[in-house]
Write a protein that binds this ligand. Structure first.
Ligand SMILES: [Zn+2]
Length: 448
């Protein structure tokens, strides 16, 4: 029996949140109700928040005061979401170049919660959340977690990138009593560490597992190849990377667990996640306004996101550099929150064909990573419009038939004009944050 769980849930966690000054529980209760509001009501609430945010940004944030001035934008004149969607977007380089100017003069920096993101370009962004926004984001995560059955105080195993500064006595005590996480660093997923992690799971017996999509897949392959049976995990939350259909099937099969896919990022926290229907990802629409530019149910569009709660450093129409398709029909679960259908990863992960097509790396990954026998991991680097460089970590099954399958798969997706070579490697480098990248494009988007 798990004796610490009720203590964690009812005593240590509330105490720790009270010390931080966050009233998370009250917000969770509101969000549990508002997820079932009608789509119209949700949109009306979003528009009121947007109006408030624009007025506030114009008054208190030097960057927006200047931007609105330059473009002749008057917040009170914005009368619909359609009009709002014409405002200038905020890019990552805008943030980097205007870090100080983006801060609201309503707050002292000292009272804000600092955030640092790795960013796709490797240049970190320094961000700040207000305290209320932080409480909201905690509460939003808690609501979305609940869809997978997980609630605070439960034991959780986590496959994650390096978490520097985690190993103080105080942090360990906090983890033992409050967050209760068993951590495996995805940068160190070798044989020895993976075995040790599996042993720890068997001993600790968490029912929930959270991790980067591809690391979960690699762990599933590891369990399969070592004939390790059911670990007692009930739900798996996959996040931080795009989860492909093939990876999903394999992870669910090996773990005998249900996957809840999730999309979030350091700068906004929870963006969207699957409910028990597993038909797309519900957006956390009380806190975010998500646009999918020129996208629909089949065609991926660029995501542009407005943070409706963080007025300390407002992100208005933030170009996050990810792409997704959307559902426009209601979900069978009855929640009114809008849904993203599928995530396609960063726009920089797209590959190009000599005959002028664009392919999302993630949409073809299964065909190389799963369908070719003997491939443990694979990465493709496009170094010219008509050349791909594959890096492969092999298993013993890799052989002639694998190469034949390769020779068949490349032209199937890239056309006959595409050349390629294959390099065999011991392991594939993860990004600085412990993430796996299947496709890397080193060429500029071709002009057509
Ligand atoms: Zn649903």
């Amino acid at each position: 029996m798990d004796l610490i769980r009720p203590l964690a849930q009812h005593i240590f966690l509330p105490l720790s949140r009270r010390r931080e000054g966050f009233n998370t529980s009250a917000i969770v209760r509101e969000l549990e109700a508002s997820q079932f509001f009608s789509p119209e009501e949700i949109r009306d609430n979003q528009f009121s928040r947007i109006k408030q945010l624009l007025t506030d940004a114009c008054r208190h944030v030097p960057y927006y005061r200047r931007l609105f001035d330059e473009h002749g934008i008057v917040p009170r004149d914005i009368s619909s979401l359609q009009e709002f969607e014409k405002l200038p977007m905020l890019t990552k380089s805008d943030i980097r170049d205007n870090q100080q100017e983006l801060l609201s003069d309503k707050y002292n920096v000292g009272e804000l919660i600092p955030k640092k993101t790795g960013g796709s370009t490797g240049v970190p962004l320094h961000l700040y959340w207000g305290r209320e926004a932080t409480a909201f984001k905690q509460a939003a995560t808690q609501r979305h977690d609940a869809w997978s059955g997980y609630s605070p105080g439960e034991k959780l195993a986590q496959l994650w990138g390096a978490d520097a500064g985690h190993d103080t006595l105080r942090a360990r005590l906090y983890n033992f009593l409050v967050t209760r996480r068993l951590l495996l660093d995805t940068l160190e997923m070798d044989e020895e560490n993976s075995l040790a992690f599996v042993d720890k799971i068997k001993h600790y017996r968490p029912r929930y597992l959270l991790g980067h999509a591809h690391s979960l897949y690699i762990l599933a392959l590891f369990l399969e190849s070592h004939d390790i049976g059911d670990l007692g995990i009930r739900s798996i939350i996959s996040t931080a990377e795009v989860l492909t259909e093939g990876e999903r099937r394999k992870i669910e099969e090996i773990f005998h667990a249900e996957i809840f896919n999730r999309y979030g990022c350091e700068e906004l926290s929870m963006v969207a996640s699957e409910c028990e229907q597993h038909e797309g990802l519900h957006v956390c629409a009380e806190g975010l306004y998500v646009e999918v530019i020129d996208g629909d149910e089949d065609k991926p569009g660029e995501l542009v996101i407005t943070d409706l709660v963080n007025d300390a450093m407002p992100f208005i129409r933030y170009k996050i550099e990810d792409t997704a398709t959307i559902y426009t029909t209601p979900c069978a679960c009855g929640r009114g929150l809008p849904r993203l259908k599928k995530l396609f990863g960063r726009s920089s992960d797209f590959l190009y064909t000599p005959d002028g097509r664009m392919l999302s790396g993630i949409s073809i990954m299964d065909h190389f990573a799963i369908d070719i026998p003997g491939v443990w991991q694979v990465q493709v680097i496009q170094d010219a419009l008509d050349h791909l460089h594959f890096k492969i970590v092999q298993t013993e099954q890799f052989g002639e038939s694998s190469l034949a399958k390769f020779a068949e798969t490349v032209p199937r997706f890239f056309g006959r004009e595409m050349h390629y070579d294959v390099e065999y490697v011991e392991s594939l480098p993860m990004t600085a944050r412990g993430k796996y990248q299947f496709a890397i494009s080193k060429i500029d988007k071709p002009n057509r």
